[in-house]
Design a protein around this ligand. Structure first.
Ligand code: ATP
Ligand code: MG
Length: 237
């Protein structure tokens, strides 16, 4: 079982949005998925309540995440996606400790990028693979990313913080589909939003596979982290 924790100290970075779209996408690929809403704001609990019952599981984490994960393992869940609050509460520490990989959404602006450092520090302390995902970025023009995205990458590179090679653009479709209890890929599988989520999911899946493979071969945590990070940084097609 793999655990993807979405965390960032910054409110509104896109944790809940990306958790929902990724979990729905993986679920649509036939994976047995559990969403853990560890944020008392309950955004994903609300989203899930709007969905038809289709096998995508959701639990809230009032009593912590460890018991939920132990139960999910017994139930044969393949992927757990944990949405966390914009704090450093105990539950966030627990979610990062339980993670196979930490995904840190950040909007490409100075204040947003500064706010990732705490989550990066916690991920490093806990020896977890992690990567920043640039979210709500200006849509590419002629397949060229906006200067603000290029600048964000350079800033994070300078700090030695790995960044996913693709981007999640600012698109109304991300919010509109969630409001209907759905996801971008479920409503319009060929849409640009669905394509971006598909690319992010592919990168996460490959990265986690690299982490797990390196760990099983070398029994080295750092080798696993390095292998997973290399995959996430690969420029998306
Ligand atoms: N890629 C995007 N395109 C358009 N709107 C987006 C995108 N990502 C997030 N949003 C919008 O930004 C707002 C904040 O997003 P979201 O709730 O996912 O952030 P969050 O990190 O979970 O916030 P919090 O820290 O408060 O839990 C929401 O209204 C959401 O619809
Ligand atoms: Mg949220």
């Amino acid at each position: 079982m793999n655990v993807i924790t979405l965390a960032s100290r910054k409110g509104g970075a896109g944790k809940s949005t990306l958790t929902a779209h990724l979990a729905a996408f993986a679920h649509g690929c036939g994976q047995r998925c559990l969403v853990v809403d560890a944020d008392p704001q309950g955004s994903l609990k609300l989203w899930h309540s709007l969905r038809p019952v289709d096998g995508l599981l959701l639990q809230t984490a009032e009593r912590g995440v460890d018991r939920l994960l132990a139960h999910a393992m017994i139930e044969g869940v393949d992927w757990v996606f944990i949405d966390t609050p914009p704090t450093m509460w105990v539950v966030v520490g627990e979610a990062i400790r339980a993670a196979t990989m930490v995904v840190i959404p950040a909007r490409p602006g100075l204040f947003d990028l500064a706010a990732v450092r705490e989550t990066v520090a916690t991920s490093r302390e806990r020896e977890k693979p992690y990567a920043v995902v640039l979210n709500a970025a200006p849509v590419k023009r002629d397949d060229r990313e906006s200067p603000v995205v290029t600048q964000a990458r350079a800033h994070l590179d300078g700090l030695g913080i790995p960044v996913w090679g693709g981007q999640i653009s600012h698109r109304a479709g991300y919010a509109l589909t969630l409001a209907a209890g759905a996801s971008a890929a479920e409503v319009e599988p060929q849409s640009p939003a669905a394509t971006e989520i598909s690319r992010l999911w592919t990168a996460i899946e490959r990265s986690v596979a690299a982490v797990n493979a390196a760990r099983s071969v070398t029994a080295g945590t750092q080798a696993g982290i390095d292998a997973g990070t290399r995959v996430m940084k690969t420029r998306a097609a």
